[in-house]
Design a protein around this ligand. Structure first.
Ligand SMILES: [Zn+2]
Length: 167
């Protein structure tokens, strides 16, 4: 066996589009192309595609959502997971999983859900020091002292006008 054969020939290992058709369709939904170039394994190619998809989803959402492909060595492509961190909060949104095949509507509505969740979490965690002069509690029962930042936003706050504080 030659060294090249031991390492495997990148050309022959590079999957054709048929093997990543459903992940590729997600890129299509996002208006992105399948990355060109030689990938040694399906995994490397999927990773490159995931980077492109996640960057596009990050830019397409106010909250800066992320996207991950899900697959399995045995069954191949499984679906995607989407979610979002919330800046200044120590937890993010729920992770939404979609299994193939799904419609464009299902895809975009899961991103809408994530935007709503992220906005809700932001509003529960970005109160400024003037939001609640008497102190308050958030929807999850955490209590906040008068003047404590990082609690819920008071929509009628004279200081931040319900915008909250950037933490
Ligand atoms: Zn305020």
């Amino acid at each position: 066996m030659t060294r090249d054969e031991e390492r495997g020939n990148p050309q022959s290992e590079c999957p054709d589009e048929g093997e990543i058709r459903e992940h590729a369709d997600v890129l299509g939904l996002l208006g992105e192309e399948i990355p060109t170039g030689t990938f040694r394994t399906v995994g490397e190619r999927v990773e490159a595609m995931q980077k492109i998809a996640s960057r596009r989803v990050y830019k397409a959402t106010d909250c800066g959502a992320w996207l991950a492909f899900r697959g399995d060595a045995e069954v191949g492509e499984v679906g995607i997971t989407v979610g979002s961190i919330v800046e200044g909060a120590d937890f993010g949104t729920e992770e939404h999983t979609l299994d193939y095949p799904f419609t464009a509507d299902a895809f975009w509505s899961s991103l809408d859900e994530i935007e709503k969740e992220a906005s809700y979490i932001w509003k529960q965690t970005h109160g400024c020091e003037s939001c609640w002069p008497e102190g308050t509690a958030d929807d999850w029962g955490n209590e906040f002292e008068p003047g404590e930042v990082g609690g819920p936003i008071n929509p009628n706050c004279p200081e931040c006008q319900g915008e909250g504080a950037v933490l």
